[in-house]
Design a protein around this ligand. Structure first.
Ligand SMILES: [Cu+2]
Length: 273
């Protein structure tokens, strides 16, 4: 119940439709809040509340083949601030072949912990993080830490989700309301063709992104059997778009079934090739 003890925090979330406040178990629980995502057909409700017997999913993502780091990407604007090239982040393989920036998420979790906020920063002319994951409805902000204009442009299936000009250093724009659909948002900077990021949007908060060792950890999961999915953006360059940005092949998506024990830990491993 620790999350409910924060009196300064409003009921989550204010920005999406909400139901389930009236009557019965909802009233007794005190702060159970159900939310309905966006306007998608068959909208999914997720109910936020305590997970007293929650379990953990830990694991790793490794690269199975011979990893090839992509070519550095040329910077075409603000070279004085950004430098002349940026290293490719399309496939980053670290110690023990751990793959950074793989999103791991659980499907079909209908109730549980509070989602985390997500910030996408423009810092040193890169998106930070390069890959993020968030539940639709959680607070999402775009920031600019640089003294140059960045224009952060997110696409979902080629449709604009947000298009935010950030001319000033330390500017922050909240885009929570724009992120309603589950799926993958590809993020570009309209000012800098070398910049790219990915945000995986889910209908529950049980998401994680692997670290530089390819490891991840998801906590406070209601016990049960779930499908766990690992998603990694494509890294093989297949061409260039009209502005010269590299175009990559299709994302890799791997799935497994996992049983999360009450108050225990399950582990999974994925191999990318
Ligand atoms: Cu930029």
């Amino acid at each position: 119940m620790k999350e409910s003890s924060d009196p300064g925090r409003p009921p989550f979330p204010r920005s999406v439709g909400r139901r389930g406040w009236g009557g019965g178990a909802c009233s007794r629980a005190g702060f159970w809040a159900a939310l309905v995502l966006g306007t998608a057909p068959g909208a999914v409700a997720y109910v936020e509340g305590p997970v007293p017997d929650g379990g953990t999913l830990a694991g790793h993502v490794r690269f199975g083949g011979e990893p090839v780091r992509g070519e550095p990407i040329p910077v075409r604007k603000n070279v004085d601030v950004c430098g002349e090239t940026k290293p490719s982040q399309a496939l980053v393989v670290g110690a023990a072949r751990g793959v950074r920036d793989t999103v791991v998420y659980l499907e079909g979790v209908e109730r549980g912990k509070r989602p985390s906020d997500f910030d996408l920063d423009n810092a040193k002319c890169l998106f930070v993080p390069h890959v993020g994951a968030v539940m639709a409805g959680a607070k999402v902000r775009i920031k600019n830490a640089d003294p140059v204009l960045h224009n952060t442009h997110g696409f979902h299936d080629r449709q604009t989700v947000f298009n935010i000009a950030l001319p000033n250093k330390d500017q922050v724009v909240d885009v929570t309301q724009r992120i309603r659909k589950v799926g993958v948002i590809e993020v570009q900077c309209d000012a800098h063709t070398h910049m790219r990021a990915w945000i995986v949007v889910r209908d529950n908060p049980y998401v994680a992104v692997t670290d530089e060792r390819g490891q991840f950890r998801i906590t406070d999961i209601p016990p049960g059997r779930y499908r766990v999915v690992a998603w990694h953006a494509g890294w093989v360059v297949t061409g260039k778009d009209k502005d010269g940005r590299p175009v990559y092949d299709a994302p890799r998506v791997l799935t497994q079934e996992v049983t999360i024990p009450a108050r225990g830990e399950a582990t999974v491993g994925f191999e990318l090739k």
